[in-house]
Design a protein around this ligand. Structure first.
Ligand code: SF4
Length: 269
């Protein structure tokens, strides 16, 4: 699979660069945005049932060994691929997996460790500063608290949402470029800004699917409902999707039929 630029990023990252002729609204070019979801409650439920049947335990693609290394990996992933971040952190996390070790490593050494990642100088500075702040204000622990997380250098709402979801198990939804596009393209959670899409998703995602919604939508946007050309032939929600950009086929793709059959079998059992 092609590794897309990471969607999980820090302050100011994740802005779409799509052309102004694009039909799908982007952060830079909101265009015409729907007022509400195109889907009924039952249709939204069916969409998340499909994602669940297809991938019951979705996982993020960044490697980490504890809350601190997850936080660092997410900060490093702004404007970078998860594969690229994982390559750089494989050695880094062996030598610096706590804020104390990161501070001891120092900014110059850290720069060397992550120099293959875009914006590495700013990111190295932020990681050292956030490590110092974690030691000073939180006893070296990553706080399970949005406000405290967002006060850390290089940590915005999206990064905080990822850490709160993946490590602490909160049903938060981090809206990156993929989720923003998907929310508007298929019209499940339209919004002019990532925050509007996040709030719209919080309203429509059924509670039993809230914990994994973030991962399902990121993976769907990254690998199937791609920015340039959605791969509708491989889409598990093809027959449910109401996007005007959906490719039209004579028959529903096999993957959607198979996933629906899994749900029907489960319901009948
Ligand atoms: S059918 Fe096509 S446009 Fe709709 S969600 Fe699937 S990939 Fe995206």
């Amino acid at each position: 699979m092609t590794q897309a630029k990471s969607s999980i990023s820090g302050k100011g990252a994740g802005r779409s660069t799509r052309s102004s002729r694009s039909r799908t609204p982007s952060v830079d070019n909101p265009g015409k945005v729907l007022k509400r979801s195109r889907y009924s409650k039952a249709e939204t439920y069916a969409i998340f049932q499909r994602f669940h049947a297809d991938n019951p335990e979705p996982k993020g693609e960044l490697n980490y060994v504890n809350a601190f290394t997850l936080l660092v990996a997410v900060v490093l992933s702004a404007q970078a691929t998860d594969v690229g971040v994982n390559r750089a952190t494989r050695h880094l996390f062996q030598i610096a997996d706590t804020p104390e070790k990161m501070v001891a490593l120092g900014e110059d050494r850290l720069r060397e460790e992550i120099r293959t990642i875009g914006l590495y100088k700013t990111k190295a500075r932020n990681v050292i500063l956030l490590s110092q702040q974690l030691i000073r204000d939180h006893g070296g622990e990553v706080p399970d608290d949005r406000e405290a997380l967002e006060k850390l250098p290089g940590v915005g709402r999206k990064t905080a949402n990822v850490v709160l979801n993946i490590y602490f198990g909160h049903p938060t939804i981090a809206v990156d470029t993929h989720l923003f596009r998907l929310g508007n393209r298929i019209g499940i959670a339209p919004g002019k800004t990532p925050l509007e899409v996040e709030k719209a998703l919080e309203k429509v995602v059924p509670p039993e699917f809230a914990l994994h919604a973030h991962h399902w939508l990121i993976l769907h946007g990254r690998y199937i409902c791609k920015a340039r050309k959605p791969e509708c032939r491989r889409c598990v929600i093809y027959d449910l999707c109401k996007s005007p950009e959906k490719e039209k086929f004579d028959a529903i793709p096999e993957i959607a039929l198979r996933t629906k059959a899994l749900i029907d079998k489960d319901t009948a059992a």
